[in-house]
Design a protein around this ligand. Structure first.
Ligand code: B12
Ligand code: SF4
Length: 517
């Protein structure tokens, strides 16, 4: 096979940025799969250049001009950035491949702009592409039957991890993966139907030992959808490789896994931040181990649990989904405010209910009910737009409640109480920066702007009420501003997508995916 020049772009930022938070954090949000592809492509004998795009690089300078094949990894919020890059590289004669969350959720749309669009990707899938390596316009959709059984280790990915972390000035977080899939089946989740599988614990052990030699005190971010399902196996592995506290860890874990004995062990082993999902006061009780408890009873139980976690783990972000069908009136929002009163040390992470294309079977229900709005992908990041019309709220009412809750969560009083209730300089610093930057104050400003326009801009009201598909100019201008120079390369029509493609394809009975291998 001809030796190819392969470019890989891991898009972390949707466009150029100068924000301080982005400077500190973006390189720490690099994905694992682009690095994996880099290792596999080199092992197949090809020349690879990988760029983690954090918003500070000039992509065209960093990737060689003569690449044959470009892999792009993108979340849906970065879809337009990815589409524009694809067009640019295709215009220079390269073939392009899209992978990652956007490709998994919106393959029909993406295949208009790439030669290949990938779902689950294993080494065989990659080999198929490298062998075929030909133009497909529109592109073809390929996927492995299941998640890969093994992935290259941190040691093997190091030639890609190290240059990425060099861009992170303060915190340097190494991305690791202990498991794929999840044994739980939360209806809204992309992993609800993906069987749980553990990665090879011997490889993890070796990687942890390797990391101890690279940094004085490494920081590992576990990318597992739900870390600690086989809790003892993972903690045994960590304890075998690392002296207590020799590596610091961050993980997403469900509350049901965070019992007090587990918390003691996590603290002993350097876990510094945990991100459990609470999601709702009226639904999804299994995940938070609150069973049939609802409303204020659930608030009290979850609060007590999180206060307990905070005595062991200095940084806790509790995640909520706002606008679920089980919510109505002011009560869910007021309950979250009571939760913050009772749990002053927690950082609240709010997601607006978002239906990411094919991510979950539940999305078919929203599509059948005609409740999905075609907001451009750029805004589908759980906070800049909510693409499911709420069942029990009209938009102004929903936004009033959202603004009230966000203001409450990032009021001077709440910030001060959070500061006092948190231990350690870094957790305090992170809470403060997140509150006063784009996440806290920035979102309050943004939601207020949307609310104002819902009152004053008839184009907005008609679009939100699904009376017209005509996109308000506000959104077009935002994408143009965020993409910077890449705007010129955005393919025509790319701001619009069929928000009902998943349902249509299910109804047509035609399989979408070509299984690789
Ligand atoms: C870990 C994680 C994070 C981490 C790490 C992010 C990162 N850069 O990887 C953190 C906490 C930083 C994060 C942040 C966010 N996340 Co997140 N995150 C996840 C999580 C839990 C696991 C993803 C993962 O790494 N899995 C392990 C990999 C190996 O498996 P995989 O993702 O299934 O990938 C397979 C294929 O897609 C393919 N593949 C993946 N990447 C690539 C790349 C290329 C080039 C190719 C060819 C193939 C390929 O190969 C893999 C093996 O089969 C998922 C939920 C889930 N359960 O999957 C959400 C998820 C991916 N996140 C999501 C979202 C929305 C976000 C945020 C926008 C939230 C926010 N508002 O801040 C940000 C965006 C951050 C950013 N721009 O980088 C959504 C994405 C939906 C979408 N279509 O965009 C998901 C699906 C959760 C959800 N809501 O349903 N996230
Ligand atoms: S526990 Fe988390 S990862 Fe598992 S199915 Fe539920 S939401 Fe998804």
């Amino acid at each position: 096979m001809k030796k190819l020049h392969i470019g890989i772009v891991d898009i972390v930022s949707r466009g150029p940025t100068r924000a301080l938070y982005a400077r500190v954090m973006n390189a720490n949000l690099a994905s694992i799969m682009p690095q994996v592809l880099g290792v596999w492509c080199r092992q197949e004998g090809h020349q690879v250049t990988l760029v983690c795009y954090t918003g500070f690089e000039d992509l065209l300078q960093e990737l060689p001009a003569n690449v044959d094949l470009v892999f792009i990894g993108a979340f849906t919020e970065a879809a337009h950035t990815a589409y524009a890059l694809s067009r640019l590289f295709q215009s220079r004669g390269a073939l392009t491949v899209l992978g990652g969350p956007h490709a998994r959720c919106y393959p029909e749309d993406a295949s208009q702009y790439f030669d290949y669009v990938l779902g689950f990707t294993d080494r065989e899938t990659l080999r198929d592409i490298l062998q075929d390596c030909s133009q497909h316009r529109p592109g073809i959709h390929l996927a492995a039957r299941q998640q890969p059984v093994t992935l290259p280790s941190v040691r093997e990915r190091w030639p890609f991890i190290e240059p990425t972390l060099r861009k992170a000035p303060l915190i340097k977080m190494v991305p690791m993966l202990g498991s794929l899939g999840c044994p739980y089946t939360c209806s809204f989740c992309i992993d609800a139907v993906v069987p749980y599988q553990s990665m090879d614990l011997r490889v993890l052990r070796d990687d942890l030992k390797f990391l101890l030699k690279q940094f004085k005190r490494p920081l590992v971010g576990w990318h597992d959808p739900n870390f600690g399902v086989r809790f003892d196996d993972y903690l045994d592995t960590i304890e075998e490789a690392v002296p207590p506290g020799g590596i610091e860890f961050i993980a997403e874990s469900s509350l049901s896994l965070l019992s007090e004995p587990h918390l003691k062990r996590l603290r002993r082993n350097g876990f510094k931040a945990i991100l459990p999902g609470v999601e709702s006061w009226f639904d999804l009780g299994n995940k938070s181990k609150t069973g049939g408890l609802h409303g204020l009873d659930k608030v009290r139980q979850v609060s007590a649990h999180i206060n307990l976690i905070l005595t062991y783990i200095p940084y806790v972000q509790a995640n909520f989904v706002l606008g679920l069908d089980s919510d109505q009136g002011r009560e869910p929002f007021e309950l979250t405010k009571r939760f913050l009163d009772l749990t002053p040390g927690v950082f609240p992470g709010y997601s607006l209910l978002t239906s990411f294309g094919r991510a979950a079977a539940l999305n078919l229900e929203y599509q059948r009910a005609g409740r999905v709005l075609p907001f451009p992908f750029h805004f589908l990041n759980n906070n800049q737009s909510m693409n499911v019309r709420p069942r029990n709220y009209c938009w102004p009412e929903f936004y009033d409640n959202l603004i009230d809750l966000t203001e409450y969560s990032f009021s001077s009083r709440a910030i001060f109480r959070r500061f006092r209730a948190t231990e350690g300089a870094i957790p305090r610093f992170m809470n403060l920066v997140r509150a006063v930057s784009s996440e806290g104050f920035g979102r309050i400003r943004y939601h207020r702007e949307i609310r104002k326009r819902l009152e004053t801009d008839p184009q907005f009201t008609r679009y939100f009420d699904q009376q017209t598909p005509e996109l308000p100019a506000f959104y077009v201008n935002e994408v143009q501003r965020d993409l910077g120079q890449l705007w010129e390369w955005l393919p025509q029509g790319a701001l619009h997508h069929d928000a009902y493609a998943y349902l249509k394809s299910e109804r047509s009975g035609k399989p979408l995916v070509h299984v690789a291998g």
